[in-house]
Design a protein around this ligand. Structure first.
Ligand SMILES: Nc1ncnc2c1ncn2[C@@H]1O[C@H](COP(=O)(O)OP(=O)(O)OP(=O)(O)O)[C@@H](O)[C@H]1O
Length: 288
């Protein structure tokens, strides 16, 4: 990455490498001073190994503000590991990840897990599950209620939030998980295969709801999905990863107007992005 590249510009916030949880003196500190316009998340020199397996080595990435980036790649290439490291759930061996110069700990982060059954507190009613993260924002009860009211209005769904998770369907539980992730008004939202454990009807319903709310909130979002149609339909950009050691195979923008729906998936733009993504994916999968 060269400072002469006109697509990059100087970071104004001091020396961000010193602010990171993983600050080091490597040359990525200098690379940190340059990033693409519109960047929210900067990743430099990220390295992660599991035993003898090098998953990421000196990995750099800029992620845009207020956009949905879908991460797609071969099985086991490290999609979940990547979003877990970025979100601060998982440690890494070297490198720096910053959100506007802040660490993950200094950033409001929402996370929606694939396994909604293990994500919620079973002893709390749905409404108290949604309310739970607000306790850490030091809001008054009235402010908390206002947040929840606004969110419910955005989703415009009628489920009985006084029920316990076990009394709700899988889709309703995942809806509660999504609302819990969004109620803090996160700066960044992570979604790891959020619909893969749901039936198709519920998947389509939740996908539409999520898309509408993300469009309204303009929150920087990273989505891992194994469903290429879903990955493209929700994305402003598809980030394709290689097999491990993992690097970026391609970044394909998709700027079809929102809301997107079944009609979007038959447009030439959608088919083009999907075809190009599939070609790159298959090329990676076939590599020896
Ligand atoms: N805690 C761990 N200990 C050891 N190896 C791990 C651990 N977590 C992940 N791995 C390995 O790292 C690699 C990447 O895993 P990860 O789940 O991030 O990939 P993925 O691209 O999300 O996978 P999939 O497409 O199957 O969902 C895999 O080979 C996996 O076995």
């Amino acid at each position: 990455m060269s400072p002469d590249d006109s697509a990059l510009r100087l970071v104004s916030a001091g020396n961000p490498a010193e602010a990171g949880d993983h600050a080091d003196t490597g040359d990525h500190a200098e690379r940190f001073r340059w990033f693409a316009p519109g960047t929210h998340i900067t990743i430099r020199g990220l390295t992660k190994t599991f035993g003898d397996t090098v998953l990421y080595e000196d990995f750099d990435l800029d992620l845009p503000r207020g956009k949905v980036v879908s991460i797609f790649g071969p099985n086991g290439c490290g999609k979940s590991t990547l979003i877990n490291m970025i979100s601060g759930i998982m440690d890494y061996d070297a490198g720096t990840i910053l959100f506007d110069g802040k660490t993950a700990r200094e950033t409001k982060i929402g996370y929606v897990f694939q396994n909604y059954r293990e994500a919620g507190f079973p002893w709390l009613r749905a409404i108290d599950n949604i309310r739970y993260p607000l306790k850490f924002l030091r809001l008054t009860k009235a402010e908390q209620d206002a947040r929840i009211e606004k969110l419910l209005a955005s989703f415009n769904v009628s489920i009985d939030l006084n029920r316990y998770p076990y009394e709700l369907s899988g889709g309703q539980q995942q809806l509660v998980s999504i609302m819990r992730a969004l109620v803090i008004d996160p700066e960044v939202l992570f979604l790891d295969e959020p619909f893969s454990a749901l039936d198709y009807e519920m998947t389509l319903f939740l996908r539409d709801k999520l898309q509408a709310v993300l469009t309204e909130m303009q929150v920087t979002s990273l989505l891992v999905s194994h469903d290429l149609d879903e990955a493209v339909e929700l994305a402003d950009e598809v980030l394709l990863l290689t097999r491990k050691p993992t690097s970026v195979a391609a970044r394909i923008p998709f700027d079809a107007p929102r809301p997107r729906n079944a009609e979007t998936t038959v447009t030439p733009e959608f088919i083009d992005v999907k075809t190009r993504s599939l070609e790159i994916f298959q090329r990676e999968v076939r590599k020896p």
